[in-house]
Design a protein around this ligand. Structure first.
Ligand SMILES: C[S@@+](CC[C@H](N)C(=O)[O-])C[C@H]1O[C@@H](n2cnc3c(N)ncnc32)[C@H](O)[C@@H]1O
Length: 345
């Protein structure tokens, strides 16, 4: 296809297309005889992704990072567009919610006293949503993640009790065939598949494309979506349950509460949340466990714990209780906990 036809099809201009070529975002082949650019279907989907990302204000330099891989398939390009749109949508919702609060506080046309605090809160939310980065390189881990679960003999094994924890999530979450279960941070699909086997429709969200690829390779029927705990690529009130295992501890505590808020957004009335993850009962428990490892001279354990964000279970339980959930929770071992929460209102 030639550049004019591409411009017509995508409702853009040939000048815009050339601009993205100059910026190194697209690489159409050139006809050796007349030097015309020739665009394939793959070029078209890549270009339409660039246009969609620009449309929601993502700068060209950032798009270059997002589209670093050049051999993506249509589904992957669409996944990128969907996840970026949800992020933008979350941003807009935060803004609308904050403005609603401001309007409410503007009694008799007076300037709300905490105007600047609210504006700052909004800025903070935006920064939090944007700043998360994958320090653990899950794309690289995807190829050996399942194998790493089987290893034993470490002086500290974060996956001690892994199978039991996943089983507990399945036993607690009461779902019927045909219900939708969202598994956030699905990784290679080890939890999701347990629901799939019960006839439940599983949507797996993960920020790592490679993890999603691996999950799809193992379990074709799991619907995979690229996305983030803080901007789930799911419509409001559309799933019966949200489950997650060994993923939430990659978010600091304040972000974990935002992640819970996101889970609540996508839950249907009477929905359920079940979390199996690395966590302590509360701050005192954390100190006691760390102090034990210190006494045993197990510095590896302390380093590993401090490199991530093991949850304070009491904070999550309090948040869920205050947001209308009936909550059950317990420790499965000193570093592993389970939270099951059911919406009662
Ligand atoms: C340790 S693996 C656990 C995978 C799987 N849930 C399991 O139990 O085996 C953590 C997974 O969470 C994903 N993850 C971590 N932080 C995330 C975030 N902020 N948003 C979405 N996924 C995230 C990672 O990409 C990775 O696939």
């Amino acid at each position: 296809m030639q550049i004019k036809e591409v411009a017509n099809r995508l409702n853009t201009t040939t000048r815009t297309i050339r601009f993205y070529e100059e910026k190194g975002l697209i690489f159409p082949r050139k006809d050796t005889e007349n030097d015309y650019r020739l665009f394939t279907e793959e070029d078209l989907i890549r270009l339409s992704t660039i246009l969609a990302l620009r449309e929601i204000g993502i700068p060209v330099t950032e798009i270059k990072g997002i589209l670093e891989k050049t051999d993506m398939n249509v589904k992957q390009y669409l996944d990128i567009q969907r996840s970026a749109l949800y992020e933008k949508w979350m941003e807009m919702r935060d803004m609308i919610e904050t403005i609603d609060v401001m309007v409410e506080k503007t009694t008799d046309g007076e300037f709300p006293k905490d105007f600047y605090t609210l504006a700052q809160h909004l800025k903070n939310l935006k920064t939090i949503r944007k700043k998360w980065e994958d320090r653990w390189n899950f794309d690289e881990q995807a190829s050996y993640y399942d194998e790493s679960l089987k290893k034993s003999g470490f002086s500290f094994n974060v996956h001690e009790g892994y199978d039991q924890a996943l089983m507990q999530v399945v036993e607690h979450t009461k779902l019927q065939p045909g219900d939708i279960c969202l598994d956030v941070g699905i990784g290679t699909g080890n939890l999701g598949v347990k629901f799939l086997d019960k006839g439940i429709h599983v949507i797996g969200v993960d920020q790592s494309e490679k993890m999603l690829e691996m999950c799809k390779e193992k379990h074709k029927q799991i619907e995979t979506r690229k996305g983030h705990f803080l901007a789930l690529p799911i419509l409001d009130q559309s799933v019966e349950a949200v489950v997650t295992s060994y993923a939430l501890h990659h978010l600091p505590d304040d972000e974990k509460l935002l992640a819970l808020k996101e889970m609540v957004r996508v839950l249907k009335p009477n929905g359920q949340i079940c979390i199996a993850d690395l966590m302590f009962r509360d701050r005192e428990h954390r100190e006691a466990v760390i102090s034990n490892y210190r006494n045993e001279g197990n510095h590896i354990a302390i380093d590993v714990i401090e490199d991530e964000y093991y949850a304070d279970r009491s904070l999550l339980v309090d948040w869920l209780t205050n947001h209308g959930f009936h909550v059950e929770s317990r420790q499965l071992n000193p570093i592993l906990g389970l939270i099951y929460a059911e919406l009662t209102s």
